[in-house]
Design a protein. Structure first.
Ligand code: 2NL
Length: 366
């Protein structure tokens, strides 16, 4: 009997004094665990006479219930205290100002692509894209580029392992294969046959084996293409004059069209914009110098035919320019390679707000 009351007061005392949940669990194990004091009493029951066993067993069971109730009560009390302490210590003042979040910026190349979309979109052009990995036919053959053309040489073009059927594969050296794929599209051909006109710009990544201060192995190009039955060189001139004046935001920007040569256009013209140099700094606008910024021409009849259209019926113009280069000129960036360094300080300085979408009416540049 004495044994029972000692065990009772020890067990209940340990429960009452448990200062945290770990101590409470230790008290539980000491009384009710496998080797606990109450469990020990249970084990003695078997040796007692039936009469005694019933009487003593009832008292042990009652003690067990009493300890369990004490454990529960103490657990609730400890949890309530812990919660109260948490509420005091982890109080949040919702009236405090928020911490400033770092704002990302748009890369100047993405910004210039958005500006191109705004300007050419206004002129009725759609945006077209295609694969960076091309087959040799779409990248070269369709575009009337002869087998001995320097662009085809191993030192200029990234050649990839051929397809299973032997098709030679390349990283596209220009975005023109996308125009070829668009002209070959059956839906586009139907639209043209129905008297419509095709007007697309194709911005994207292009690749050439070249790496120095003014060339990177990956660079960005935008090409444009217009195809219908009547578009002529005058439209080419008007389109490019309007584009250059809008892009560089100089209303009277002079343009100079110089005869040139590209395998995919005939006739071909390179386009210069007026500029001047003062104290080593470039100013775009009427001046005493010229700056070459794009290539253009009337689409070669061979290209029209290669792309599944009748050159006796369809004609049009095309142009191409380097996005990195026009971005450098417009935003005063002097090192091409800085575009691809992923230097956060550079991006913070030269980047653009994602919330200021360029438009002809709302403003194009900074
Ligand atoms: C340049 C010159 C040019 C084209 C690209 C083109 C595409 C097709 C048909 C005909 Cl599908 N032409 N593209 C035409 C003239 C010039 O790019 O200096 N680019 C950086």
């Amino acid at each position: 009997m004495d044994d029972l009351s000692t065990i009772r007061s020890e067990a209940l005392g340990a429960v009452e004094q448990a200062a945290d949940l770990a101590a409470l669990d230790a008290a539980r194990v000491a009384a009710l665990g496998k080797k606990g004091s109450v469990t020990g009493l249970m084990k003695t029951l078997g040796a007692l006479a039936p009469e005694q066993r019933r009487e003593f067993g009832a008292r042990v069971n009652q003690l067990k219930s009493e300890i369990e109730a004490a454990l529960d009560a103490r657990k609730s009390a400890l949890s309530a205290t812990a919660l109260a302490a948490k509420l005091v210590n982890e109080k949040v003042d919702v009236s405090l100002p928020t911490r400033p979040e770092g704002q990302g910026t748009l890369h100047p190349i993405g910004q210039v692509m958005d500006e191109l979309a705004a300007i050419f979109g206004e002129m009725g052009f759609s945006w077209a894209e295609g694969p960076d990995i091309e087959d040799d036919w779409h990248n070269f053959t369709a575009l009337n580029i002869p087998p001995d053309h320097p662009a085809r040489q191993m030192q200029d073009t990234f050649y990839l392992p051929p397809r299973a059927d032997g098709t030679p594969m390349v990283l596209r050296t220009h975005t023109s294969p996308v125009q070829a794929r668009t002209m070959l599209d059956k839906g586009v051909q139907k639209m043209l046959a129905d008297g419509g006109s095709l007007r697309i710009i194709v911005p994207g990544r292009t690749y050439r084996i070249d790496n120095d201060a003014t060339h990177t192995p990956m660079f960005h190009q935008v090409e444009g293409l217009v195809i219908d039955r009547t578009t002529h060189m005058g439209h080419l001139k008007g389109c490019l004059v309007d584009f250059c004046r809008a892009f560089f935001e100089v209303d009277d920007l002079p343009l100079r069209f110089r005869p040139s040569y590209f395998p995919f256009t005939e006739p071909s013209a390179e386009v210069d914009i007026g500029c001047s140099w003062k104290d080593g700094e470039l100013r775009i606008g009427a001046g005493d110098s010229w700056l070459e910024i794009l290539g253009s021409g009337m689409v070669h009849p061979n290209v029209i035919a290669n792309c599944g259209l009748d050159p006796a019926v369809y004609q049009g113009f095309a142009f191409g320019m380097g996005i990195d280069r026009i971005a450098m000129l417009k935003y005063g960036i002097n090192d091409l390679r800085s575009f691809f360094d992923s230097d956060l300080r550079w991006l913070r300085h030269y980047g653009f707000s994602a919330l200021e979408w360029p438009s002809l009416t709302g403003g194009l540049g900074r």
